[in-house]
Design a protein around this ligand. Sequence first.
Ligand SMILES: *[C@@H]1O[C@H](CO)[C@@H](O)[C@H](O)[C@H]1NC(C)=O
Ligand SMILES: *[C@@H]1O[C@H](CO)[C@@H](O)[C@H](O)[C@H]1NC(C)=O
Ligand SMILES: *[C@@H]1O[C@H](CO)[C@@H](O)[C@H](O)[C@H]1NC(C)=O
Ligand SMILES: *[C@@H]1O[C@H](CO)[C@@H](O)[C@H](O)[C@H]1NC(C)=O
Ligand SMILES: *[C@@H]1O[C@H](CO)[C@@H](O)[C@H](O)[C@H]1NC(C)=O
Ligand SMILES: *[C@@H]1O[C@H](CO)[C@@H](O)[C@H](O)[C@H]1NC(C)=O
Ligand SMILES: *[C@@H]1O[C@H](CO)[C@@H](O)[C@H](O)[C@H]1NC(C)=O
Length: 356
Amino acid sequence: MAVLIASAWPAAASTTTAAAQPAAACQRRCGDVDIPYPFGIGRGCYLYTGEGDVTFGLTCNRTADGSYRPFCWEYEVLDVSLRRGQARVRNDINRWCYNATTRSMDAESTWWWDVSDSWFHVSDEGNRLVVVGCNSLAYVTSVNETEYMTGCMATCPSVGRLENGSCSGMGCCEAAIPRGINSYVVGFEEKFNTTSGAVGRCSYAVVVEAASFEFRTTYVTTGDFVESTGGKVPLVLDWVVGKKTCREARRNATGYMCVSRDSECVDSRNGPGYLCNCSAGFEGNPYLLDGCQDINECEDSRFKYPCSVPGTCINTPGGFRCSCPDKTTGNAYFGTCEAKKSQLGVHIAIGTPYAL
Ligand SMILES: *[C@@H]1O[C@H](CO)[C@@H](O)[C@H](O)[C@H]1NC(C)=O
Ligand SMILES: *[C@@H]1O[C@H](CO)[C@@H](O)[C@H](O)[C@H]1NC(C)=O
Ligand SMILES: *[C@@H]1O[C@H](CO)[C@@H](O)[C@H](O)[C@H]1NC(C)=O
Ligand SMILES: *[C@@H]1O[C@H](CO)[C@@H](O)[C@H](O)[C@H]1NC(C)=O
Ligand SMILES: *[C@@H]1O[C@H](CO)[C@@H](O)[C@H](O)[C@H]1NC(C)=O
Ligand SMILES: *[C@@H]1O[C@H](CO)[C@@H](O)[C@H](O)[C@H]1NC(C)=O
Ligand SMILES: *[C@@H]1O[C@H](CO)[C@@H](O)[C@H](O)[C@H]1NC(C)=O
């Protein structure tokens, strides 16, 4: 209710009843990446989540290749989706390699991943644990190993049977990760190692965006998994803009984030908290006053023309209508507009009583 009042009184009422709004002058792009509120760069430009705040405040840093890229802590942010409530970051591939000098297996990368101080969760729907190798059993566990553990084993009974694009145990395996986690540790089981030297010196394990990972046989045969990806792959994070449920959040208009008219609150399915979304037929940023704008379905080139009779679409807030052209009647959605019964006939029918 407060949201409706706010939008009717944009200047005065909104600033006192809605959640704080970012300054108009904020930088909204870093390199090629758009940074929509609640994310932002610099004070007053992002949603502050409190002490030890790490979720929405990004830095725009110049990287080794001279380009500018956004970072959230040490994680490079690839993109942000308001609609899905997700951000993609670059995640390190963990390596477990045989060292011929010391004749032992060495970990050559980080083992921990931890954003437990943030309003992020690792997306269970968007990611998989992927293990690449020929005699490798790797897993992810909670930091204290008591909450969960999941993993898989990759073997290569015959290198000739490895297949590009197939991650089902041969040279590559994958496992679903649990819902609601924001930290994990990657481990390799020591009984399985690459010391036999059949193929490759290293095994790899990483939590990676399922849609962006495709197994290549060369990851095993020439060990180019790290080289071909730069050692980093995308990881999908789900975020929330408050830790309460929608029901609780709506009760206190001061902190309620869904400030745009034509927006709605959505409970996060991955961990506690809520998100906002533009209502059906609207798009834009639900976290900004008037951020959700009507989609003109009649003219938007992303959609197929929605009516079956050309020239009959009428845009409406949140939708559209198909209306038969003048002098015709029927259903323009299904293309059944037909000329109205002869004007003359109608005239006579009405006129007759007068004539009598
Ligand atoms: C980005 O730049 C800031 C300011 O120079 C620095 O403090 C921070 O460590 C840098 N972050 C990364 C990930 O390089
Ligand atoms: C937001 O709405 C769109 C369709 O209007 C839907 O596809 C999307 O899943 C919604 N996002 C969330 C986080 O519920
Ligand atoms: C093997 O281990 C030694 C001693 O720790 C180290 O100096 C060397 O760089 C390692 N070799 C490789 C290939 O990692
Ligand atoms: C490799 O695995 C074999 C068989 O499990 C084990 O005997 C050997 O000690 C392991 N080697 C290393 C370096 O971990
Ligand atoms: C493990 O960590 C979780 C989260 O920090 C905590 O809730 C749980 O009590 C811990 N379990 C043990 C046995 O320490
Ligand atoms: C898989 O694709 C790579 C190129 O990405 C190619 O070099 C390799 O031969 C292919 N492997 C098989 C088994 O076809
Ligand atoms: C409402 O939210 C604001 C901002 O988050 C907070 O300062 C205030 O204490 C909340 N009021 C109630 C009654 O919870």
